[in-house]
Design a protein around this ligand. Structure first.
Ligand SMILES: [Zn+2]
Length: 332
């Protein structure tokens, strides 16, 4: 049993309270590789931002749970080495699918876990979430729950269609489970193909797809029921067109990839939304830089040659999100 406190990590309690009050959101960046971890820490330190480093079930399978946990510990030490005296880094389990997975993460040094019972019937979601909350809170670990279903595909999480969170259920759910934050469904979606072309309109000038707007009326109704309660948005990558264009220019094939416009996320961050999950944008930034590098340097084969620009491009994206979308800079 390792407590996250021994690793220098923090839970989300204080940072969410400050974010809700301050009208900004904490970035939750998924990571699987050392280069992503380095880019996340460098971006957070340079912008003086708290940060959530999150690990999905797929990431644990890819990188190995033990390695990821030591990477999070390394992230704290690395942040200090870069000059941050008091780093605020959370190690969070993204989409925990069972009590056992959550328990194993808590026992191995995670400071926050998500239990995703959103595909279960309402009462079963409550029972499962409550069980995780009881174990987590006994170890001072915070819990994110989910109500409502997001569409899209990412790692093992997959749903064909979305169901918006029902505002009339949130008080009952939050009270009975004791969860610390709630992921809601208001039209965000997992993956790089968040909407089909049929769900979008086309900009007559550029021919690019324009996604449907988020359901801010649902968000407002939830905030009215649970004033000041931390709300989480999943599936909130913006799928930057320049990265998609670079990928396609250098041999990739991502037709009609579309994400959530940043002005909508900016609006959400100013509300009770205090955690915004970004995964696909990092994948796109990495892939675009690598494809471009190989096209321009066909003779390169040292991974450091192409992973250096990949890491730089991810860092640039993380800094942009922190400063221009979430507003979590200068909070340490
Ligand atoms: Zn998610």
């Amino acid at each position: 049993m390792v407590s996250y406190k021994e690793l220098g990590l923090v839970n989300t309690k204080e940072m969410f309270a400050k974010a809700v009050k301050g009208g900004y959101a904490i970035p939750a960046f998924n990571f699987n590789t050392m280069e992503q971890m380095q880019a996340i820490v460098q971006a957070a330190v340079e912008t003086k931002s708290p940060v959530i480093m999150q690990v999905s079930k797929g990431a644990r399978k890819y990188a190995n749970p033990t390695i990821l946990r030591y990477m999070a510990q390394g992230a704290v030490e690395y942040a200090k080495e870069l000059g941050c005296a008091n780093p605020q880094i959370v190690l969070h389990l993204d989409h925990g699918d069972s009590f056992e997975t959550c328990k194993s993460c808590i026992d191995s040094g995670f400071s926050s876990v998500m239990i995703d019972g959103s595909s279960l019937p309402y009462e079963e979601n409550i029972a499962l979430t409550k069980k995780v909350v009881e174990y987590a809170h006994a170890h001072d670990v915070t819990v994110e729950a989910e109500l409502g279903v997001l569409a899209g595909v990412e790692d093992e999480v997959c749903a064909a269609e979305s169901h918006y969170t029902k505002p009339e259920e949130v008080i009952d759910f939050a009270t009975r489970t004791g969860c610390d934050s709630l992921a809601i469904s208001i039209g965000t979606s997992h993956g790089a193909y968040k909407f089909t072309p049929e769900q979008c309109t086309r900009d007559p000038q550029t021919g690019k797809l324009v996604p449907p707007p988020l359901a801010f009326d649902v968000l407002a109704a939830i905030e009215e029921k649970l004033p000041g309660f931390p709300i989480v948005l999943h599936g909130s990558s913006s799928v930057p067109q320049d990265e998609v264009d670079t990928i396609n220019k250098y041999g990739g094939k991502l037709p009609d990839a579309v994400g959530i416009p940043e002005e909508q996320l900016r609006k959400a961050a100013a509300s009770a939304v205090c955690k915004i999950n970004i995964d696909s944008d990092s994948r796109l930034a990495m892939t675009a830089a690598i494809r471009k590098h190989f096209a321009e340097n066909p003779g390169h084969f040292d991974p450091r040659q192409y992973l250096t620009p990949a890491r730089e491009n991810m860092k640039k994206m993380y800094i942009h999100k922190i400063m221009n979308v979430l507003g979590s800079n200068d909070k340490l």
